[in-house]
Design a protein. Structure first.
Length: 344
């Protein structure tokens, strides 16, 4: 070996020797490809930074933000725009929102407008371009007025519990035992994501309690809140944990595991399960958050103080409490009056 020759510090390639070049965007890209590459860069940025509350962005937030950017990209392609995102000004964005409004109405347009704001803030910082969101001429789309909370009938909840085995000790099929426990926990008023992120160490079944760590930035933070569990919920959880021991992933801490030895249950899996069980019980589809509405109404109907309801539900301010109290007041008043029976 020549004295001039030196060994490479790099590991020898195990491939075919063919050079591979990685590119963020292809050679001679068209404008849409550049916009797609920008979207990928933006997603990487979100996953590598924290939100304004100092916490990492949840993956569903990254997905929602990038979905809004892709909607803008698709519209620009359909309109024949040959520029990239840095050229989008207030007038262009107003045109996009107006077109989006025609298909998705006010609620959807408000959502996409909110989800695009961080993107243009990032573009402003990354590429030193004007941010159209700082322009007073940007047309704002207000959120739609909140509808009345939708509560579930007692008959529906009862029939749904029956469709999942009704907690009978002879029902030992993993999926049914799990689904029954999930429905029971939903009746305690947890948000869907709070339920899905429960861990084994979140439960104190001897005391009949569950510790919930809220995920909503605008609500309770810190160590979370304690949820008192109904006795039948405790029994359902006990039976589920016993059935869970036969699962391949039972050594982990995630409480809710998938069927056929799959990993933890996802939101889409929860939604599909509820709709399937509702259909089994002879009903139309339902939404996980409707159980939370129902639990709040049950607490208020039972005479719980507003302060106690706020504590259980994890609300920092009484806005939501006032909404429930106002929207369900007539129903509660009618029930209370009927309980009086014949007064004369």
């Amino acid at each position: 070996m020549s004295a001039q020759a030196k060994k490479s510090p790099l590991r020898a390639s195990q491939g075919t020797g063919r050079a591979t070049t990685l590119r963020a965007i292809p050679q001679d890209p068209d404008t849409s490809e550049i916009r797609q590459a920008t979207t990928q860069d933006y997603a990487t940025h979100l996953r590598a930074t924290n939100n304004k509350h100092g916490r990492p962005y949840q993956e569903k937030t990254v997905t929602a933000y990038c979905k809004a950017v892709r909607a803008l990209d698709q519209w620009m392609t359909a309109q024949g725009f040959e520029e990239d995102f840095t050229s989008v000004d207030t007038a262009t964005l107003n045109r996009f929102f107006r077109a989006y409004f025609q298909e998705h109405e006010q609620g959807g347009t408000n959502t996409v407008q909110r989800n695009l704001r961080p993107f243009f803030t990032w573009l402003e910082e990354e590429h030193d371009v004007p941010n159209p969101y700082r322009d007073k001429k940007l047309q704002r789309y207000a959120p739609p007025k909140a509808g009345k909370p939708q509560t579930l009938s007692a008959d529906f909840v009862t029939d749904l519990l029956k469709a999942t085995g009704n907690g009978h000790p002879r029902v030992r099929e993993f999926e049914k035992v799990r689904d029954h426990a999930i429905v029971r926990v939903l009746t305690e008023g947890l948000r869907a994501e709070e339920l899905l992120t429960l861990r084994l160490d979140s439960l104190d079944l001897e005391q009949g309690l569950a510790q919930v760590v809220p995920l909503k930035d605008a609500r309770s933070t810190g160590e979370g809140r304690v949820i008192p569990l109904q006795p039948r919920t405790v029994v359902a959880l006990t039976r589920y944990i016993r059935a869970r021991e036969a699962h391949k992933l039972s050594k982990g801490q995630d409480l809710w595991l998938g069927t056929r030895n799959r990993s933890r249950l996802t939101y889409s899996g929860l939604y599909r399960m509820l709709n399937r069980r509702a259909k089994d019980a002879g009903y139309e589809s339902c939404h996980p958050h409707q159980f939370r509405h129902t639990a709040t109404d049950d607490m208020l109907t039972a005479g719980m103080s507003g302060e106690d309801v706020m504590t259980i539900q994890g609300w920092k301010d009484p806005t939501m409490l006032r909404r429930y109290a106002a929207d369900m007041a007539t129903s509660r008043a009618v029930k209370a009056a009927k309980r009086l029976g014949d007064r004369y």
